[in-house]
Design a protein around this ligand. Structure first.
Ligand code: HEC
Ligand code: HEC
Length: 373
């Protein structure tokens, strides 16, 4: 028997870095508030790099890191499970047959999570490397997949931990220390030329994976997002319609709703906001040309395209639901004034984007205790 390095150093580093990254992604994905989205995205990008490295390492790593060495014959998995029931499972030098399948499943789920996450980000927020490619509906469907894969991964992790418990506690195979030191006690015949730690090769591959993904991602992310376009707002629109409240981004109402609003300006929510015919016509044309139907953003789909009897944006179910947790007092603060002043809290209201990262609640210290959720 000899103590031989079975899990090379790059594989062990990958394993523990992935544990930390998945933990951060899980916490920020399942429980943290929307404003933590940045950290979730950061963990997602780190996972993408780690995954790319692991896939390459499955071909170029040391013997037991290679996918080719995985004992994937279904019969050996059944044999292993049967011997577990008889409490006589043999120790395996590399992965045991059930563990090997688990790793394939986990890698597959992680890949699904990273890809669906990028599709959600691109489709729903018009951000990230796929922002130029994915439309809102596709992002919406991918969000369901992202959630299913997240629960699938949570289940796979539970099974993995159960497997480690069975191996380490019941069968007394030192699998945990092996994933830390890399070493296992094996007969010389089984050592398969292991022993080196493959540090330099691992570092090189990891660097290549990181540079390629970061460089490629940045390049793709710099392509203008599909579904969103910059709008040239006529000065007269900002001046006239921004006089009493936020001058709304045209994507927040349909062309039909805008026509309704423009034709009723003499009795506009109790105010007289009438304009001369020429100004009104020019403004109407601007609003119709950039109405909700011409945008593929979350704001345009969830609020803009939803017509309301009052013609209000703030009467759409999505607006009501997203702002239900905000106390009345916050809307009445002098820096906001009223719920109709979107730009009091959304720094990017003028662009029509309404991104999570650009929400900015006004100074709450002026409020009585507990008036904000
Ligand atoms: C004289 C002041 C005044 C002017 C000018 C004005 N509005 Fe308004 N607008 C109001 C008031 C008051 C409300 C209702 C506010 C409230 O409920 O707190 C309102 C509400 C709205 C709403 C609905 C907001 C919601 O609750 O979703 C829209 C849309 C709107 N205005 C569009 C326009 C457009 C377009 C123009 C320019 C043509 C314009 N307004 C000019 C006073 C004005
Ligand atoms: C008093 C501040 C405030 C005002 C005024 C306000 N919002 Fe918000 N809005 C928020 C907050 C806070 C959230 C995040 C709520 C959450 O976490 O679900 C939010 C969420 C949103 C979202 C979802 C963003 C996303 O990416 O998930 C949209 C869209 C939105 N608001 C549009 C509007 C529009 C349109 C108006 C004006 C008619 C408006 N808001 C006025 C504070 C405000």
């Amino acid at each position: 028997m000899a103590k031989v390095m079975i899990w090379d150093l790059p594989l062990r580093l990958f394993h523990w870095l992935m544990v930390a990254t998945v933990a951060i992604a899980g916490i920020t994905g399942f429980v943290a508030p929307a404003a933590w989205l940045d950290i979730h995205l950061f963990a997602g990008y780190a996972l993408a790099i780690l995954l790319a490295f692991r896939l390459a390492w499955g071909v170029l790593g040391s013997y037991y890191s290679r996918f080719r060495s995985f004992p994937l014959a279904p019969r050996s998995a059944f044999r292993h499970l049967r011997s577990l029931l008889r409490n006589s499972a043999a120790a395996h030098t590399g992965h045991n047959p059930v563990g090997a399948w688990m790793i394939i499943a986990v890698l597959f789920l992680l890949l699904a999570l990273v890809l669906s996450g990028l599709i959600v980000l691109g489709g729903q927020e018009n951000l990230g490397p796929l922002g130029f490619l994915v439309d809102f509906q596709t992002g919406w469907r991918a969000a369901a997949l992202h959630e299913i894969a997240a629960w699938g991964l949570a289940g796979a992790i539970a099974v993995h931990l159960l497997g480690v418990f069975v191996e380490a506690r019941l069968l007394r195979h030192p699998v945990v220390s092996a994933m830390i030191t890399g070493n296992k006690l094996v007969t010389r015949a089984k050592a398969k030329g292991q022993g080196r730690s493959y540090k330099a090769r691992g570092l090189t591959l990891f660097t290549i994976a990181a540079l390629m993904l970061l460089g490629g991602g940045k390049m793709l992310a710099s392509i203008p997002a599909s579904g969103w376009k910059p709008v040239q707002t006529p000065a007269v629109y900002s001046a006239e319609c921004g006089d009493c409240h936020d001058a709304y981004h045209p994507s927040l109402r349909t062309a039909a709703s805008w026509r309704g609003i423009m034709s009723g300006l003499s009795d506009h929510y109790g105010e007289d906001a009438s304009l001369d015919a020429e100004t009104a016509a020019a403004m109407g044309a601007f609003l119709a040309a950039n109405a909700a139907e011409t945008f593929d953003t979350e704001a345009a789909w969830r609020m803009g395209r939803i017509d309301t009897k009052s013609l209000r944006i703030t009467d759409t179910p999505y607006w009501t639901a997203r702002h239900a947790g905000i106390a009345d007092g916050v809307f009445k603060l002098s820096s906001v004034g009223s719920k109709v002043n979107c730009n009091g809290c959304h720094r990017d209201a003028a662009s029509g984007r309404f991104a999570d990262q650009d929400i900015h609640l006004p100074n709450l210290s002026k409020l009585p205790n507990g008036s904000q959720k």
